[in-house]
Design a protein around this ligand. Structure first.
Ligand SMILES: *[C@@H]1O[C@H](CO)[C@@H](O)[C@H](O)[C@H]1NC(C)=O
Ligand SMILES: *[C@@H]1O[C@H](CO)[C@@H](O)[C@H](O)[C@H]1NC(C)=O
Ligand SMILES: *[C@@H]1O[C@H](CO)[C@@H](O)[C@H](O)[C@H]1NC(C)=O
Ligand SMILES: *[C@@H]1O[C@H](CO)[C@@H](O)[C@H](O)[C@H]1NC(C)=O
Ligand SMILES: *[C@@H]1O[C@H](CO)[C@@H](O)[C@H](O)[C@H]1NC(C)=O
Ligand SMILES: *[C@@H]1O[C@H](CO)[C@@H](O)[C@H](O)[C@H]1NC(C)=O
Ligand SMILES: *[C@@H]1O[C@H](CO)[C@@H](O)[C@H](O)[C@H]1NC(C)=O
Ligand SMILES: *[C@@H]1O[C@H](CO)[C@@H](O)[C@H](O)[C@H]1NC(C)=O
Ligand SMILES: *[C@@H]1O[C@H](CO)[C@@H](O)[C@H](O)[C@H]1NC(C)=O
Ligand SMILES: *[C@@H]1O[C@H](CO)[C@@H](O)[C@H](O)[C@H]1NC(C)=O
Ligand SMILES: *[C@@H]1O[C@H](CO)[C@@H](O)[C@H](O)[C@H]1NC(C)=O
Ligand SMILES: *[C@@H]1O[C@H](CO)[C@@H](O)[C@H](O)[C@H]1NC(C)=O
Length: 781
């Protein structure tokens, strides 16, 4: 340790002499030679570009330093690039070394080297230079082998291009240049800005006017920001023109995705030392989701100022930092605690609102007042958004709230008795342009990946004009509960308006949304594979058998259509999408109580199929994608009876294998109701953990397979890991559910319980023994 100071002195001496040398040779002034270093806590701490406008080196970040490039003092230093931006700040003892091997190294105080530019494969990196454009480049024999322009952080400068599939990512704040949450991606159909908090979901809030099939984003020296075709630079689509006609000659332009999510073009006038904002992608900055925190909304009420406001009944978490959001002055909702007392909730109405959050129910065909009442009467409801015929109910917290005249949705915020009402909502300025209604688009995301599959309606030349009705032809009323209707292709074409609204694709084909002309009932029309001549009668017979099954936890089959070689099934429409969406495609986990109820619903649906309907039905392919949720989040199984329809030799070609195949699936002779119990077990574990059976990304080896992960947690007494971060979870119940799940996925079908016992165990009426490991060979005695 004692010899360290002498080293430093030696280095200092070397550097000073190096510096002097460099300055002495005018031509070489900005060529950085291998072997040179920079120091965070002492001089030299940076290298300058020839003009002196840009510098590369250490700048202050928090308590320490970060390494990067900045535009010098116009009016103050502007950081335009940071190396290793997510590494913690380094201390004053850190160094930047351009080693003799041509590696640019950031060395922390304890000597750990962190490579900024590693040029494996390049043999003779012989110099580096910070150009007047702000680009740091490394050369091999005078040709560029690495440049900082290729790896932008949140900024592009004049002369810099953003290439296809690259992105700018905002900084955390104006003083913290680590990676923030806003992304600006150059995709093949243009520039897209999104908020990306979890790897699962990104909320797009801006898309550039369309560009070219494979575009490049370019900011040129005269401040023109344009998308151009990478094939032909003459074709371009100017996004912004920052050039000024004035006599100011020295201007540096930069385009930055700022920490607030707005993409802005700035010009820095070097002579007058001023900076101005020439353009930004959003007129109304409230369009950026997350501008205001939870339970608050953004509005541009006065002039162009955006401001955050609490919803009525909420107060700011911090009056001095309103963007942090709001909270209720109440922690307990009256209706949770006083179950027997009827509490009349009131709600406040806010017009022109949109938000996002935990959308748990969409009710259709409700009047405005009924929507308001539906929310007031529902314990889970924190607020509802209403558009004619569409009532979307959200539980708290509400996020990405926004109020703007262009939004046509009306919001109802439930008031808890005793809560104080806060200041009235502001008026929005009338002259703002239109936008994304965040809440609505998220709502439709939730109802996406809809189920099953239905048909693309290809024109079929030889339309079979006549059709036979399966049942009495008078039974055309849809109201008739247990009658299956036979539809014509024309009728379905009309009901779905030419098969336009595709809800999703399933294992059989597409599923389309439609409306029955008679009573306006929403339906889902699903296309099945082709029927062969001679199979039609059989199809009808089987459909009739399926149609007789009617249970709260089965999706109701309303009718079917066989015409020519095509066949369709018509189901009731489930407004809340599939269980897969519900569990995996949301930002927040659905609450435990809802999940537990859904698990029981699914088990009851299976029980009906196995034991309660006329002919026992083995579903064979129960999966989160064909379990659907209705208005009130009741789970209903769909696609039942279809596996049976497909002859054994068809199974592999038409429907593939089961989603969660039980081990005995290979041998169809052994297939029993226990196949469904196996699938249920996997789904139960998925419901408990809100993750898919197999997840590779970000998982360690023993976490990839859910069953192994759950079993390990169970054996290790760490069940809380499965519901980490959740509130209001009944751990006893979780343990019971986990044990049941592990019994259901035993390799040996004989060990799996019957579904009626599954239900008794889930409900807690029957004791659940300790399950063995699901996949280990079971040793008897
Ligand atoms: C910058 O923000 C990141 C992410 O929020 C945080 O981890 C880091 O500590 C912050 N750095 C400083 C210097 O405040
Ligand atoms: C820098 O190094 C010196 C000498 O090793 C040491 O005394 C000092 O504490 C270090 N400073 C920091 C901030 O690590
Ligand atoms: C640079 O990359 C090469 C190949 O990836 C690696 O072998 C070498 O160790 C790296 N150099 C440094 C200093 O990390
Ligand atoms: C660079 O120069 C070295 C030595 O003169 C030579 O061996 C090498 O091939 C050159 N590399 C390139 C890419 O020209
Ligand atoms: C969010 O950003 C990360 C890092 O850029 C990326 O890997 C991930 O795919 C993004 N998520 C989405 C949904 O775009
Ligand atoms: C950047 O794009 C412009 C056209 O937009 C093109 O003229 C220029 O050559 C590109 N520069 C680089 C380094 O690719
Ligand atoms: C920048 O782009 C605009 C539009 O293509 C063009 O008119 C202008 O000459 C360019 N400026 C420079 C310095 O290339
Ligand atoms: C940009 O604006 C300047 C000054 O207003 C004008 O002279 C120039 O033609 C414009 N360039 C483009 C590409 O629109
Ligand atoms: C720019 O023009 C204004 C008058 O139009 C003059 O006062 C100013 O000195 C000029 N600036 C430069 C840098 O020429
Ligand atoms: C609002 O912004 C517009 C254009 O960005 C500008 O013309 C107007 O002066 C601004 N109004 C206020 C009050 O800042
Ligand atoms: C919040 O509740 C506390 C205690 O009930 C009360 O003292 C306070 O005034 C309330 N604040 C508001 C803004 O209602
Ligand atoms: C609800 O609002 C009505 C009308 O403003 C009022 O008469 C009633 O007392 C309120 N009820 C509660 C529980 O606050």
């Amino acid at each position: 340790m004692a010899h360290v100071p002498s080293n430093i002195i030696l280095l200092l001496f070397l550097l000073v002499s190096f510096h002097v040398n460099v300055i002495a040779e005018e031509d070489e002034a900005n060529i950085i030679k291998p072997g040179s270093s920079l120091y965070a806590g002492k001089q030299p701490s940076s290298w300058a570009s020839p003009s002196g406008n840009f510098e590369f080196g250490f700048y202050r970040q928090g308590e320490g330093y970060a390494a990067g490039i900045w535009l010098v003092g116009r009016p103050e230093n502007t950081i335009v690039w940071t190396a290793k931006r997510d590494d913690p700040p380094v201390s004053s003892n850190a160094t930047l070394e351009f080693t003799r091997q041509g590696v640019l190294l950031l060395r922390t105080e304890d000597g750990v080297g962190n490579v900024i530019a590693n040029l494996s494969g390049v043999q003779f990196v012989d110099s580096a230079s910070l150009l007047d454009t702000g680009n740091l480049v490394l050369y091999e024999n005078r040709s560029v082998v690495w440049e900082s322009f290729d790896i932008p952080t949140d900024t592009i400068l004049g002369c810099q291009n953003l290439s296809l599939d690259s992105e700018l990512i905002s900084s955390v704040s104006s003083s913290n240049h680590s990676t923030g949450h806003y992304h600006l991606l150059l995709k093949s159909d243009g520039l897209v800005a999104n908020l990306n908090i979890s790897s699962a979901a990104a909320y797009e809030y801006w898309v550039s006017p369309n560009g070219f099939s494979s575009p490049v984003l370019n900011l040129n020296e005269s401040g023109v920001l344009a998308l151009s075709s990478s094939q032909n630079f003459d074709q371009e689509n100017v996004l912004a023109n920052g050039s000024t006609t004035g006599n100011e000659t020295m201007i540096i332009y930069r385009a930055t995705l700022d920490h607030d999510g707005v993409f802005r073009l700035y010009s820095h006038q070097l002579e007058s030392n001023t900076m101005s904002n020439k353009w930004q992608n959003l007129d109304d900055e409230c369009e950026v989701p997350g501008r205001c925190g939870l339970n608050s909304y953004c509005s541009t009420s006065r002039g162009n100022d955006t401001e955050c406001y609490c919803y009525p009944g909420f107060i700011f978490i911090d009056e001095n930092a309103k963007f942090l959001g709001c909270s209720q002055n109440f922690t307990v909702d009256g209706c949770e605690t006083k179950r027997d007392v009827v509490i009349h909730h009131n709600s406040t109405t806010l017009d022109n609102m949109s938000w996002a959050g935990n959308l748990y129910s969409v009710k259709r065909n409700l009047e405005r007042e009924d929507c308001k009442k539906a929310c007031e009467d529902d314990c889970s409801c924190g607020g509802a958004l209403y558009t004619p015929n569409h009532c979307s109910m959200y539980s708290l917290p509400l996020k990405y709230g926004r109020k703007h005249v262009s939004i046509t949705t009306t919001a109802f915020i439930k008031l808890i008795p005793g809560r104080s009402t806060i200041s009235p909502p502001p008026e929005t300025s009338p002259n703002q342009s239109l936008i994304l209604t965040m809440g609505l688009s998220l709502g439709s995301v939730a109802s996406l990946c809809f189920v099953i599959a239905i048909c693309s309606f290809l024109l079929y030349r030889h339309r079979v004009q006549s059709y036979e009705k399966l049942l009495d032809s008078k039974s055309s009323g849809f109201a008739e509960q247990f009658t299956l209707r036979s539809f014509t292709l024309n009728e379905l074409d009309e009901a779905t308006q030419g098969f336009q609204d595709e809800l999703g694709k399933g294992s059989f084909g597409a599923v389309y949304k439609g409306t029955l002309p008679g009573d306006g009932k929403s339906i889902a029309v699903k296309r099945l594979g082709m029927v062969k001549e001679g199979e039609r009668d059989q199809f009808r017979t089987e459909m009739t058998a399926i149609g007789r099954n009617n249970h709260r936890n089965l999706v109701r089959l309303l009718g079917f259509c066989v015409e020519g070689s095509r066949k369709f099934l018509v189901y009731e429409y489930m407004s809340n999408g599939s269980l897969a969406d519900f569990l995996f495609n949301r930002n927040e986990r659905p609450v435990w109580k809802q999940r537990a109820r859904i698990a029981l619903d699914v088990a009851k649906g299976i029980l009906y199929l196995h034991e309660e309907c006329e002919v026992s039905i083995i579903h064979c392919n129960i999966k989160p994608c064909n379990i659907l949720l209705d208005d009130s989040l009741t789970a209903k199984i769909s696609d039942f009876g279809l596996a049976k329809l497909l002859r054994p030799n068809q199974r592999s070609s038409t429907s593939g294998t089961a989603w969660y195949p039980a081990p005995e699936w290979q041998n169809s002779a052994l297939l029993s109701v226990k196949v469904d119990v196996y699938s249920f077990g996997v789904i139960l574990l998925e419901i408990i953990c809100c993750r898919r059976n197999i997840e590779v990304e970000g998982r360690s080896a023993d976490e990839i397979l859910l069953s192994t992960f759950v079993y390990n947690c169970f054996v290790g007494g760490e069940l809380n890991k499965l519901v980490e971060g959740e509130e209001e979870v009944d751990m006893k119940m979780v343990e019971r559910f986990v044990k049941v799940g592990l019994w259901c996925i035993q390799d040996d079908p004989n060990l799996r319980p019957l579904v009626k016992n599954v239900i008794l165990m889930l409900e807690g009426t029957m004791n659940v023994p300790i399950p063995p490991s699901p996949s280990l060979p079971h040793v008897t005695n």
